[in-house]
Design a protein around this ligand. Structure first.
Ligand SMILES: Cc1cc2nc3c(=O)[nH]c(=O)nc-3n(C[C@H](O)[C@H](O)[C@H](O)COP(=O)(O)O)c2cc1C
Length: 185
């Protein structure tokens, strides 16, 4: 019987087409080792603004969709820029929808960051991810400074041997601590 691949679901805090955080996540997906699949969420930008009145039976379909993706993921990868010393609103909105649900508690999380700055957001994100009960794995944190680089420079940095080695090493560390979800796919 073949072993199912570990599925990692990535949340990108930037919706920008040329987002450096997304470019980093796409490189992570490209370099995923054998037996690990990475999918980047396309749902953060379509979630309505969180309203506790709409939890339970009234939960909007896009929220149920992202919750299903998270339920069937063995781990999450989160990458976000810093906006005004904080977490980007879209990502925080997604996390707010997930706070009271069952999918998030205990879910392993690898935090990655595409800037040499942004420590306020990283600190806030760390606090929020811990508060909502994820299993944030600090040993898998990965920072690739791409802020202020041109598209060509971003591509060149992401293709450097040392960058690829660091990404592969972080992914292997993360895959090693991620148990396969019992939820059927
Ligand atoms: C509205 C806005 C606010 C920002 N605030 C900060 C900030 O407080 N600190 C910081 O280091 N960078 C800040 N930045 C810069 C972004 O973090 C930076 O451009 C980042 O690389 C964007 O990520 P992306 O390329 O994935 O979109 C801000 C950018 C925008 C658009």
């Amino acid at each position: 019987m073949s072993v199912p691949a570990k599925r990692l679901y990535a949340l990108c805090g930037s919706l920008r087409t040329r987002s450096t955080n997304r470019a980093l996540l796409e490189t992570i997906r490209r370099l995923a080792p054998h037996g690990v699949e990475v999918e980047i969420s396309g749902l953060i930008g379509v979630l309505p603004i969180f309203n506790p009145d709409l939890e339970g039976d009234l939960t909007p379909e896009p929220v149920l969709a992202i919750a299903r993706e998270i339920a069937t993921a063995d781990g999450l990868i989160v990458s976000a820029p810093e906006y005004a010393h904080g977490i980007p609103g879209g990502l925080k909105n997604a996390l707010d929808w997930l706070v009271s649900r069952f999918e998030i508690p205990g879910k392993p999380v690898m935090l990655v960051h595409a800037s040499h700055r942004g420590d306020f957001a990283l600190e806030a994100l760390t606090e929020v991810l811990k508060t909502i009960g994820t299993d944030l794995r600090p040993e898998t944190f990965l920072r690739v400074p791409l802020l202020g680089k041109s598209e060509d420079e971003v591509g060149a940095i992401l293709r450097r041997q040392e960058t690829e080695d660091a990404i592969r090493a972080a992914l292997v560390r993360f895959a090693g601590v991620v148990p396969v979800q019992p939820v059927s796919r």
